[in-house]
Design a protein around this ligand. Sequence first.
Ligand code: HEC
Ligand code: HEC
Length: 362
Amino acid sequence: MRGATGCLALLVFLLCLLSSPPDLLAKPLKLQGPLQLPSPLAVMPLQDPAKVELGRALFFDRRLSGDGTVSCAVCHIPDEAFADGQKISSAYPTNKHWRHTPSLLNAGYLDVFFWDGRSRSLEAQAQGPIHSSFEMNLNPRYLVAKLREISAYQQLFEKAWGGGVTLERIVASLAAFERILLVSDSPFDRYLRGDQTALSSEAKQGLEIFFGSRGNCVQCHSGRLLSDQKFYNLGVAELPELISDPQHRATRNFFLAELGLEPMDRDPGYYAVTRRDEDMGAFRTPPLRQVAETAPYMHNGSLASLTEVIEFFDRGGGDDPNKSPLLKPLGLSSTEKQALEAFLQSLSGSYPLVRAPRPPGF
Ligand code: HEC
Ligand code: HEC
């Protein structure tokens, strides 16, 4: 009964999304002066409610992990913008992670996944955490065998796919669920749709800095998600605890060895994917919608607040021989820094309030 109510609530939500997606159906944007503002988000192809409902059940189900304690939602917490508020992600019990958990909001629009871009689709990505020794630590073939014995899942798969449990269907259902996690109706979106009053004058000044020559953040934070999905070394410092902690070292060295790389005292970022020296320490430009809710920041969570991030860019980034030449000291005044922060705050809108369904019983 409770399952049915959850199902109904989700359907109602999906219908609402369809009937009033304000920033999704917005008209094309006219350029405001010389600034290259992005256009609003495109329409996301409609997701099949049965697949979304199955994906939601899987997303919250701790039986997707080896010891039954870790679900996707343990690290991508719905009430924390689908991030987790920690510097370094939590991990499979007794192990430690080595990177910061990104938000899943708008992830359906990405073409390149993970801080180092090693995955190219939501479907391919979802297999990663299930078998990762430091995330969910479960053999995916064993997961399929387990779910095949759960009659409630048999029904959910039948309804969504007209057939039984397979790994392809598991990851495709998770992806369908993730594709409804969209941010809508932020003050910035309303401004892009032509509502001049949506941004305070401070946020408008911040917008000019972001998209204009003062800050030139748009060199990398461009497009609808405010990310070019390319990779740059900003000189973000390693966390001392990652370098010295043996469990973190074990995770990092295991990750590298799996890719055929020698142990290193740093996170190589995109280098692990391309093996080109110029990509050492480069990470994907993160999307910035809802960014005010996903502190701390960067691939290792080393910057605690937006204020710290702005100070970092104002200094021209960190210290690394491979640092991107696009970063230069900006010399922003304290008023300009506050304006930039007010603009970043204006990128937050609403997103689906997703609740865990009752786990389908055996
Ligand atoms: C133990 C914590 C943990 C669990 C459990 C977990 N994730 Fe993640 N997730 C992370 C971390 C950390 C990253 C970034 C890793 C990296 O870039 O190397 C990530 C990255 C992602 C990304 C890429 C986002 C982006 O911006 O590129 C997606 C999508 C994602 N996870 C979905 C899932 C799904 C679906 C599940 C469940 C099957 C899941 N995660 C389980 C911690 C976790
Ligand atoms: C050269 C490209 C580039 C420029 C220019 C740039 N950024 Fe970034 N930004 C990045 C990359 C890459 C990261 C992630 C770096 C990492 O994790 O090591 C990042 C991270 C961030 C983050 C943290 C997001 C998160 O989820 O962790 C914020 C906020 C941000 N940038 C805002 C800005 C602002 C504001 C400006 C202009 C003052 C700016 N950026 C200029 C590439 C850039």
